[in-house]
Design a binder for this molecule. Sequence first.
Ligand SMILES: *[C@@H]1O[C@H](CO)[C@@H](O)[C@H](O)[C@H]1NC(C)=O
Ligand SMILES: *[C@@H]1O[C@H](CO)[C@@H](O)[C@H](O)[C@H]1NC(C)=O
Ligand SMILES: *[C@@H]1O[C@H](CO)[C@@H](O)[C@H](O)[C@H]1NC(C)=O
Length: 424
Amino acid sequence: MILLLKLCSIVFVLKLLLPRVCHCQLLFSSNVDPDFSRTPCELIESRKFICEEHFVTTDDGYILALHHIINPVYKRLGKKLIKPLVLQHGLLGSSTHFLTNSNGGFAADWTNETVSVDLTVEGRNLAFLLANIGYDVWMPNSRGNKYSKNHTTLDPNQDSSFWQISFDEMISYDCPAVIDYVLSKTGFDHLGWIGHSQGSLIMFGMLAERPEYTDKVKPFVALAPIAHVEHIKSPIRYITLIPGAMRLVKTLGGELSLPSFLLDILSEKVCGRRIVRQVCGSALFLLCGYDPDQFNYTRTPVYYSHAMGGTSAWNLLHFGQNILNRNFLKFDYGFFGNIFRYGSLYPPAYNLEAIQSENIVLIRSNNDPFADSQDVQILKASLKHPHIDFLVQDQKFNHLDFIWAKNVYEQVYGPMLGILERFN
Ligand SMILES: *[C@@H]1O[C@H](CO)[C@@H](O)[C@H](O)[C@H]1NC(C)=O
Ligand SMILES: *[C@@H]1O[C@H](CO)[C@@H](O)[C@H](O)[C@H]1NC(C)=O
Ligand SMILES: *[C@@H]1O[C@H](CO)[C@@H](O)[C@H](O)[C@H]1NC(C)=O
């Protein structure tokens, strides 16, 4: 009996201590980059901007965190902002993806002649770059990521139905809710949408389904555009080949994420080591395309600590289904589920040909295993209205380079600023 009590108390003490120990690691390590594990608002405030965290409730009750950057210089001088821009992260991402490429990007007015900045160095964090030249920057977090894990009635830790979501619901609920919210807060009648990867997929899907939003999104810039995924080269496609894997993921459902203390250990203790950094970098290259020249190895722990924003297992499953089905389809619930949901045995396709927007900009690269060139060609062929097609010059530019490359300003953001201006 006493032994049992002792055991229990040891477990209890361990439980109390463990989370602390994992935070203490920051004290033990010598030189952790300050951006490591910072929250979106901590990142924004560290660059002397003002951060506002908004919560948007979707029609089906999900509560999304939306981070709003305010340029204090513009605020003080009462300068007019150009227009609202929404930056939408990709699969497994979060709003920190646009805030962590480099340690620069401090608040100023970069259009002011008296302020001199080297944009090739300072302009690498997309959100700070846009905020500093006068855009009103908003960064939503897709349902189920670590900042958008809340619901008006469902408990993500108790109710498995909270996790029965994929990019279908981001298309039909998150995307319109965010647009309506930002337009109502800013008083503008349209906004710009810059979506990376899945952040572009959900806009393609929404413009196909909801033509009434066509004029509200001007322009829609798709960084590493994704809609069709049947030619994906990333090894994630091999998950679809493991017998029974798809069925298992469907049955288990739930959240796809790493506990934050594990992620911290992996990013800082493991990937923080000089020799291991190379390995950690290579792991990213394996998934996202090989481009060691543009990867800042010193920041590996920062990138790892922000890479995994989390999503639902079903969301990844949905990508797997579309790889196998070779089409941009809605979620496949199985025969009975499909009849119940869609009134048909098979899930319906998103009809990209129905997109009416003439304000679409594709920014793509040749070394992107996710937004594969063949898939982008299928997407382009489906767009019935004229669009701008910008191919990145750097032939090695990969999927993550759109947010985390050293040369991202020269290759993408700089030219993109010029393109954005055409729509102002
Ligand atoms: C440019 O910056 C200077 C110094 O911060 C400030 O005094 C001035 O008002 C700014 N000019 C404009 C046009 O915003
Ligand atoms: C979830 O949302 C509810 C209702 O808005 C709020 O009261 C609660 O604090 C939120 N929980 C978390 C963990 O953010
Ligand atoms: C890489 O990141 C480190 C740490 O943030 C920074 O000091 C360094 O200047 C960066 N290197 C390049 C080439 O940008």
